[in-house]
Design a protein around this ligand. Structure first.
Ligand code: 26M
Length: 817
């Protein structure tokens, strides 16, 4: 065990400032100090990283390659120090020389190589894999520009590029020796070899060079350091053009442009497909490079390619990396010279697929024209997979042409990526119990009938190291004082906290910690929004991507309703509330952007109305992202999880709030169902239609929001305020589209798709229960503590252990130092 040595650490920091910037510590900027501290921490990591690689080589464990278009890592410095068990020591050492660690951490850009839930889940999974001691590679793209920065100008969202690499990122390592060529376009030539076999050769293609950058994923206190490898694209140095292309200047330039564009930017869509050709290029680019590297590593240690599934598994994070199936087939067929049956046998034991959404607009389908032009050999292979798959469907369901139409991989001029992933994957999993049931019974029912054994559930989780230890250190220490440290690596132990739920002293301590965290956030809000919020008010929070199914609109309409009530009955019973929102909208998503504007306009009117004595405040936090999220969860009293039942596959923010002692106000959707199952419905506020009811209405098309509008005067008043200029005097028509989305007078069938009016009353009542409950401080503290105590299930450590036990079957490794 290496003991932390303060003096040596500080010396190292000084050395780094000198070597990097030719400065002394007192001359260096905070950013320069951040870089120097990070390099010092990286020095510590490097030894463990090397030792982990040695352990891989020696112990030869089965490994998972987690293939994901997104890794929403968040800042690394703080978490690396926590997992190296040196956080407090470094904090102290820096304090002694007059430096503040919070300020230094705040210099790190948020590596935001992801949109939302799916990308953040990948990041939590990597951290849990390392902490549990499994061999894992995360495979993704090193986007030059991550998720855009959000500015709010005059209440509107403005997107600003996120140049996260501009100061250099200290935790990445370029590995040019592991570069691979990736080929696009051209055509396929069949050639008969001397042995009479047919070989397929891609010709007249364009290439790019995929160059990996490794980032360390530090396990908690176990010296295991796994690797996130993200690929950059570079032009091929001295590319070999086919003989008849020699001297084709135009093509050379094209090829350089391809490399330049490929990894330029993350598509900022969440749960929605753009169908852009460049996106498919990005997918094949990182998948091809990752599969090539995985096979090269395997072949270095093993000579029988047939045994690949014993040592390697590819987990596909949604359908985005599904071309991996065909790429693996291609390499096995064309480069390893295997027969189709051999290659298929290996592929279908190596690839597994996770579904993250039932939203129809998020299902990936590529036009054949694009797919076959860009990936001609891959398309041939997909067609052959499809041909054989259709034979299988016909054998299983003779005469049922509907099945073929619904299940084919290539159909209607499109390549359906989910169908490919299910046909080739050995496992198909949903991300919460309810979600998996809906997949089996509704969305993927045909596939479930054909492959019942492939389907399984893996309820999502989050890492307590980031979302409690780092985000909420006061609460983390308080937990440890009461029940010891075991929860850090086994969150089930947090259940021991339950006995303190009714302990008056513990309740007060908890409420005091929550208050400190609310002060921290209130200060941030004052600095960034110029709004004074009362830390004694109820902090009611909805932070997540902006999407109609997540129903931020329901939340703000309810705020408008409450405000109307307060104005009409100034003396009504009311507990002060701060409604906090944070959300980015996809750049082209009109109604989402308009909802942001509505929230900001409502905030302006209500926050400046002296007559309500500050009883309601509305805050929109600009540029919601992982780093500020950690503070927001810590400060929340109420966690808004109000998606239309059946639409939110799991949710993971809901778990972060729970672990920080916030009470859930939510629908029976996604993992909310399991949260309530764990904590008891008396410690949450549940409202709204069930997923069965929603699905029935969708099937029968018998929902008419106009009836509600006509019969409920409070709702009517709120909706009229959308179009009478109440919140937009200079442009009364501004919110017309939101009004229409709820009532669309021409065609009722498509109005209020997400049942906002239908659930409104039930939501308002649940909100009333929240207020009553909060007035009973002891009762509230009890429920909050019970939420923390029952959050054990929602650790990503538990989730990963289930993936290992049921899907991956990995071997644990140990790292000696
Ligand atoms: C697709 C095409 C083009 C550009 C972007 C996309 C795309 C990107 C992200 C589509 C979907 C994306 O993410 C979906 C997502 O985040 N799903 C969420 O996954 C979480 C983790 O499982 C769940 O908790 C959420 O409920 C689910 O919405």
């Amino acid at each position: 065990e290496n003991v932390f040595n303060k003096e040596a650490f500080i010396e190292d920091v000084k050395e780094n400032v000198k070597n990097l910037y030719r400065k002394t510590l007192d001359e260096a900027s905070q950013q320069e100090i951040f870089q120097a501290v990070s390099y010092t921490v990286k020095d510590v990591i490097i030894d463990d990283w090397l030792a982990t690689q040695k352990a891989f080589d020696k112990q030869d464990p089965k490994m998972v390659y987690y293939m994901s278009m997104e890794f929403l890592m968040g800042r690394a410095l703080g978490n690396n120090m926590i997992n190296l068990k040196m956080y407090k020591e470094v904090k102290e050492a820096l304090e002694e020389i007059g430096l503040n660690l919070d300020e230094i951490e705040d210099q790190e850009p948020d590596p935001a190589l992801g949109n939302g839930g799916l990308g953040r889940l990948a990041a939590c999974f990597m951290e849990s894999l390392a902490t549990l001691g499994y061999a894992a590679y995360g495979c993704g793209i090193r986007y030059r520009y991550g998720m855009f920065k959000q500015k709010i100008k005059d209440g509107f969202q403005v997107e600003v590029p996120d140049n996260w690499l501009k100061n250099g990122y200290p935790f990445e390592l370029r590995r040019p020796e592991y570069s691979y060529e990736v080929k696009f376009g051209g055509y396929v030539r069949a050639e008969v070899t001397e042995e009479g076999k047919t070989r397929f050769i891609q010709e007249n293609y364009q290439s790019v060079l995929a160059v990996p950058y490794d980032m360390p994923i530090v396990g908690y206190g176990n010296h295991v350091v796994d690797t996130l490898m993200i690929w950059d694209a570079e032009p091929m140095e001295c590319f070999e053009l086919d003989s008849f292309d020699k001297g084709d200047y135009h093509k050379a330039v094209e090829q350089e442009n391809l490399a330049r564009n490929l990894v330029e930017v993350l598509y900022p869509n969440d749960n929605h497909i753009a169908g852009k050709e460049l996106r498919l290029k990005q997918q094949y680019f990182f998948v091809s490079a990752s599969v090539q590297r995985a096979l090269a590593r395997y072949k270095k240690h093993h000579d029988d390619i047939h045994k690949l599934p014993e040592k390697v598994t590819f987990q596909l994070n949604d359908t985005h990396p599904t071309v991996a199936v065909a790429e693996l087939m291609r390499i096995l067929l064309d480069e390893e010279g295997l027969s189709w049956d051999e290659a298929w046998e290996i592929t279908t034991k190596t690839c597994a697929y996770t579904n993250h959404t039932i939203m129809a607009e998020a299902l990936e389908k590529w036009p054949i024209e694009i797919f076959s032009r860009l990936l001609p050999r891959i398309y041939q292979i997909v067609e052959e997979i499809n041909r054989r798959f259709i034979l299988q469907i016909q054998a299983e369901f003779p005469g049922d042409n509907g099945k073929v139409a619904r299940m084919a991989i290539v159909y209607d001029g499109q390549v359906k990526m989910a169908h490919l992933a299910i046909a080739a994957g050995y496992s198909v999993n949903g991300v919460a119990k309810l979600h998996t049931e809906i997949l089996k019974n509704e969305q993927l029912h045909d596939f479930y009938e054909l492959f019942p054994q492939k389907f399984n559930n893996k309820t999502n989780g989050i890492t307590q190291r980031r979302f409690l230890m780092h985000g909420d250190p006061l609460l983390a220490d308080w937990v440890s004082e009461h029940i010891g440290n075991d929860w850090i690596t086994n969150l089930a132990h947090i259940e021991k906290l339950a006995i303190y739920a009714t302990d008056k002293k513990a309740q007060q301590e908890f409420m005091n910690i929550k208050y400190q965290n609310k002060l921290r956030l209130a200060k941030y809000i004052k600095e960034h929004n110029g709004i004074e919020v009362d830390p004694r008010s109820i902090f009611d929070v909805q932070v997540k991507r902006l999407h109609e199914y997540k129903r931020q609109l329901l939340n703000i309409l309810h705020v408008m309703y409450l405000y109307n009530e307060l104005k009409e009955h100034p003396d009504m019973d009311f507990y002060p509330r701060t409604f906090i929102f944070g959300a980015k909208a996809a750049a082209g998503y009109k109604n989402a952007k308009l909802t942001i504007k509505l929230i900001n306009n409502v905030a302006d009117v209500i926050n400046n109305d002296r007559s309500i004595n500050g009883k309601i405040k509305v805050v929109f936090i600009e540029d919601y992202r992982v780093s500020i999220a950690e503070w927001i969860f810590a400060a929340a009293d109420v966690s808004e999880q109000i998606s239309t039942a059946s639409k939110e596959a799991s949710g993971t923010g809901n778990m972060k709030f729970m672990l920080n002692g916030a009470l859930t106000l939510g629908t029976m959707d996604g993992a909310n169902v399991e949260i309530v199952e764990e904590v008891g419905k008396e410690n949450a506020f549940i409202f709204g239609m069930s997923s069965d009811e929603v699905i029935a209405h969708e099937r029968n098309r018998d929902y008419d929001p106009m009836q509600i509008f006509n019969s409920d005067q409070d709702i009517r008043k709120v909706l009229m305020q959308l179009i009478n200029g109440f919140y937009s005097p200079n442009d009364p028509e501004l919110f017309r589209d939101l009004y229409n989305s709820l009532l669309n007078t021409q065609c009722t069938q498509f109005a209020d798709t997400y049942f906002i009016l239908k659930d409104f009353r039930s939501y308002a009542e649940a909100q009333k229960r929240v207020m009553e409950a909060y007035k009973d401080e002891e009762g509230w503290a009890k429920s909050a503590i019970l939420n923390i105590a029952h959050a054990g299930k929602f650790s990503s450590d538990r989730t990963i252990q289930e993936y290992v036990d049921d899907i991956w079957h990995l071997d644990k490794i140990t790292v000696e130092v």
